[in-house]
Design a protein around this ligand. Structure first.
Ligand code: ASP
Length: 585
């Protein structure tokens, strides 16, 4: 090794030792007669000290000639520090250097390599290799590594076997657009990159592998947000001869193991909520249950009192923002503007304050008597000091809007603490979801998900009411994982494809291999996949999965460091039998 110790290693016990350190010059403080250098590597920072009169003059000058981010090798003696620094583990000692060797000089970095940097997002992404030198960014990847180790340890202990599946495949319908790769050897034909290894893991069950997992890259060509990347990582799992209950228990175990091993946090048994309840009480299939503020439906209390907005509404529903009765006119106007934003789409906001004397003052006092309003307060369990917020309109749209308002109020009232974790299972998802645009049903999870046997009789008349054996794990309002018990019977799978509008020929062409496999002894099976990047960001307390990916893409799906995607040479296009046309300017 070029070094005897790392920059995070030396302590008071090492005083007197002759050591060799290597690393980057983090900072250089030159006080004329004294000069200090913070030497940094992955493990920490060690201070080097140079003193006029003590350090030989040539060495002092050499030190003075160093710049930020130079890579150096230093020989020196460990000395007890006069003024100790209790903020870093090596803070009791410093090195009196006897030799400095510049291993590589460095240009001035385009932003500060410090915990708090002056570099904007774009700049940091262009020089991501420098950004990764920063301690908080490195810590994120260390957390990711810990998570991966803990996942593997748990699944290993539960007899899962990690099997790799191919990346050049045929489309897997997970609801997004595929990335495709042209085949040179098969002109005019394309591979798709997997949106998930779904069909392969099911085939592995047919092969008898029984318990499979893979920490695997998946690819979806979707519009991007803070918690989405075109390529992302899943903890992908599948098991045979299990019921939904077995799967929930196994993976609840995984999550509790992760919290304990990585964060030292004990998580109690996960509560379960049906999809129907999640929508009714939280307006979302991923409710943030760190705080209560459940929806209360008011239809029977508010109709036929002459208030047209409520009379015409399919649903009148509200929340109780506890302790927010003191909200000013201005704050209430802000909330009204918030719910009226086009993304949220409510037409207005009705409020009612429960005052100190217990009377209720609302924005619709004209239509409702004090007794009416007392009945509202009772429905919300509202006490003096509480603020009731009510929306009205079409059922689904209003629930969705109230979900946003609930989250906003949760945020404003400080109820969404990043250090509190509230996981749960959402179960009994609908099998199908009606799509207005294409005027047909889509699989809510994916087409391999099995209906609840007791709901199968609805298949001809009310397919939209069929519930699936499908489940999501939700933590703090984030869907961290989801899965289902699968169909393992060819006829049912064919029926499902028909329901989804596939002709027999289309189904055969796309998924014939899977349905064929089901005819050779397919075991009952089911599985789940967790979004690994999301789990990491949740554990790390960040909203952005990008912070937990070494080389992420930006919002336009670009890697600005390597400049991808990029055009390819005509010769390469010719080889692939591809002709460019009508490129947007
Ligand atoms: N393949 C599914 C997904 O990526 C997960 C599963 O059903 O196991 O969401």
């Amino acid at each position: 090794m070029l070094r005897t110790h790392t920059c995070g290693e030396l302590r008071i016990d090492n005083v007197g030792e002759e050591v060799v350190l290597t690393g980057w010059v983090q900072r250089l403080r030159d006080k004329g007669g004294m000069l200090w250098i913070d030497l940094r590597d992955r493990y920490g920072i060690t201070q080097l000290t140079f003193e006029d009169g003590v350090t030989p003059a040539y060495l002092f000058e050499a030190a003075r000639g160093l710049g930020r981010e130079y890579v150096i090798r230093v020989v020196g003696k460990v000395i007890e520090r006069y003024s100790k620094n209790d903020k870093i583990p090596t803070g009791d000692i410093e090195i009196h250097a006897s030799k400095i060797e510049v291993l590589n000089a460095a240009k001035l970095p385009p932003f500060m390599i410090e915990d708090e940097t002056d570099g904007g997002d774009d700049l940091r992404m262009k020089y991501r290799y420098l950004d990764l030198r920063r301690t908080p960014v490195r810590r994120n990847l260390e957390l990711r590594h810990q998570m991966m180790r803990a996942v593997r340890a748990y699944l290993d202990e539960h007899y899962f076997i990690e099997v790799e599946t191919p990346v050049l495949i045929k489309s897997t319908p997970e609801g997004a657009r595929d990335f495709v790769v042209p085949s040179r050897m098969n002109p005019g034909e394309f591979y798709a990159l997997p949106q998930s290894p779904q069909t392969f893991k099911q085939l592995l069950m047919v092969s008898g592998f029984d318990k499979y997992y893979q920490i695997v890259k998946c690819f979806r060509d979707e519009d991007l947000r803070a918690d989405r990347q075109p390529e992302f990582t899943q903890i992908d799992c599948e098991l045979s001869f299990v019921t939904q209950e077995d799967i929930l228990n196994t993976f609840e175990g995984l999550i509790r193991h992760l919290f304990l091993k990585v964060k030292g946090v004990h998580i109690a048994n996960l509560p379960r909520m049906t999809y129907a309840d999640a929508m009714k009480y939280y307006g979302s299939d991923k409710p943030d249950t760190r705080f209560d503020m459940r929806f209360v439906e008011l239809n029977p209390l508010v109709k036929n009192k002459g208030f047209k907005v409520f009379d015409d509404a399919e649903l009148v529903v509200g929340i109780n923002a506890k302790g927010a009765a003191s909200y000013t006119r201005k704050q209430l106007d802000e909330l009204t503007d918030f719910v009226k934003r086009p993304q949220i789409g409510a037409t207005g906001l009705v409020y009612a304050r429960v005052q100190e004397d217990g009377t209720v003052k609302s924005s619709v006092d004209k239509f409702y008597t004090p007794e009416d309003l007392q009945a509202w307060a009772k429905a919300f369990n509202a006490e003096p000091g509480d603020l009731i917020l009510v929306l009205a309109g079409g059922r689904d749209k209003t629930r969705k809007a109230l979900n946003e308002l609930r989250l906003e109020m949760g945020e404003r009232l400080g109820l969404r603490d990043k250090n509190v974790f509230s996981p749960l299972w959402v179960v009994d998802f609908p099998l199908l979801e009606w799509d207005e645009d294409s005027n047909r049903y889509h699989a809510m999870h994916h087409p391999f998900t099995s209906p609840k046997p007791e709901d199968l009789e609805l298949i001809d008349d009310r397919p939209g009411d069929i519930r699936a054996n499908a489940y999501d794990m939700v933590i703090n309002g984030v869907e961290v994982g989801g899965g289902s018990i699968r169909i393992h019977d060819r006829r049912l799978q064919e029926q499902m494809f028909r329901l989804l509008g596939f002709s027999n020929d289309e189904a055969k062409a796309q998924f014939g291999f899977l349905m064929d496999a089901f005819e050779y002894g397919a075991p009952p099976h089911g599985g789940i996949a967790f979004g690994f990047d999301r789990l990491c960001s949740l554990f790390g307390g960040s909203d952005s999965i990008r912070d937990y990916i070494a080389f992420p893409k930006n919002n336009s799906g670009r890697d600005v460091m390597i400049d991808a995607p990029s055009p390819i040479a005509n010769a390469q296009l010719d080889e692939l039998h591809i002709k460019m046309k009508n490129l947007p300017a």
